[in-house]
Ligand binder design. Structure first.
Ligand code: NAD
Ligand code: DAU
Length: 334
């Protein structure tokens, strides 16, 4: 069988993954179930919408009927659908619990009923919480800090329980910060690139010395493809690039790539509960045969070039952000 259900495929990583699969596998059939929240954007998939191998279904992973219909005749499920932005989870956490926990429950129940052969659940390195030095292994305890990461932890633990209790063939990935084309301009890199193109200031939280490990989205797609097809069911795989950078250094690299000066940096109130550093040990996925192809500067250059060329894409989004932006400005003094 070749039919795959992708949930949340109209978002950043999901749409990149759909492009990746359609380019790599001539026989694949993809059903994309997406609720089209503020983060879902069919423009991300405009170039494949008439591909006979691709079907879009508007629906919600919290709705059992939507899920049952979309999952019919699929051999595998890849669950990207989630509320994903930490700041939004601080502002309004309820929908995070609803989608990132209860939505996973609905998917697992239906996958069990339909005897799905592979169920890949996309989790995050944020479930571990912050680590001052060294790197988390898959066996380390979870200590999430935000309503977002706590909901993601709940969702993945629920998925794992379906493996243990019902033998649902669940696989989980925990990846570090992704970046690349089609990322919604509320996350650090696309927000800063688009602000700088507009000659607007970039709001650095706190002292800017938090560390993230930046993974170019194409490398993420290769990792997910590998885990989906070769991973051992019941297992968790960390995915990270080893590209650790201070937020300040990311900001300076963007200023340089876009030819802007440091006067555009504004230091603002720190994010409550802000994790200082994330790092994951990727020995396990490397043993499966994956390593990232992009170093940080090559990925960043590709990303900046894409946003420079695709003003049509991000300007349409930024025009719609008024309500959230008002809250962010009030809270962070941006
Ligand atoms: P995104 O916010 O860009 O997209 C999320 C997508 O899910 C959107 O298309 C949205 O419409 C859809 N969605 C939300 N709620 C839904 C619901 N109830 N039913 C159906 N669809 C719904 O997210 P992203 O950055 O592409 O992240 C994808 C996944 O990867 C998430 O599970 C996220 O937790 C995980 N992840 C992201 C990163 C990252 O750096 N972006 C890193 C690690 C893990
Ligand atoms: O680690 C994986 C996670 O990475 C994913 O699970 C999340 O879905 C994704 O949003 C991302 O979470 P972060 O909170 O790390 O990403 P964000 O882009 O929001 O922030 C990156 C860092 O930059 C973080 O330390 C906060 C800081 N930041 C962010 C914004 C939006 C700023 O300094 N200013 C900003 O305006």
């Amino acid at each position: 069988m070749t039919r795959l259900l992708i949930t949340g495929g109209a978002g950043f990583i999901g749409s990149n993954f759909i492009h990746y699969l359609l380019a790599k596998y001539p026989q694949v059939e993809i059903v994309n179930l997406d609720a089209l929240t503020y983060a879902g954007n069919l423009a991300n998939l405009a170039d494949v919408e008439s591909d006979p191998r691709y079907t879009f279904v508007k629906g919600d992973i919290r709705n059992p009927d939507d899920v049952a219909k979309a999952m019919a005749d699929c051999y595998a499920v890849v669950n990207f659908a989630a509320e994903t932005h930490v700041d939004r989870s601080i502002h309004e956490g309820g929908v995070f619990v609803e989608t990132d926990v209860r939505g996973v429950f609905v998917l697992c129940e239906e996958a069990r009923r339909q005897k799905i052969a592979r169920f890949l659940h996309i989790s995050t390195d944020e479930v571990y919480g912050s680590i001052p030095k060294g790197a988390f292994r898959e066996t380390d305890p979870l200590a999430p800090s935000s309503p977002y990461s706590a909901s993601k932890a709940g969702g993945e633990l629920l998925a794992r329980s379906y493996f243990v209790t019902y033998n649902l063939p669940v696989l989980v990935t925990r990846s570090s910060n992704n970046f690349g084309p089609f990322q919604y301009p509320e996350k650090l890199i696309p927000l800063f690139i688009t602000n700088l193109i507009e000659n607007k200031s970039v709001p650095v939280y706190g002292d800017g010395k938090q560390v993230r490990d930046w993974l170019f989205v194409e490398d993420q797609c290769e990792a997910l493809d590998l885990v989906l097809h070769k991973g051992e069911v019941g297992q968790i795989y960390n995915v990270g690039a080893g590209n650790e950078e201070f937020n300040m250094d990311v900001t300076r690299a963007l200023l340089k790539l876009l030819g802007k000066g440091e006067d555009l940096i504004t230091y603002v109130t720190d994010r409550p509960g802000h994790d200082r550093r994330y790092a994951v040990d990727t020995t396990k996925i490397q043993a499966l045969g994956w390593k990232p192809r992009h170093n940080f500067s090559a990925g960043l250059k590709k990303t900046v070039d894409w946003y420079v060329q695709r003003e049509d894409w991000w300007r349409a989004i930024k025009q719609k952000q008024a309500e959230y932006k008002a809250w962010i400005e009030k809270h962070y003094g941006k």
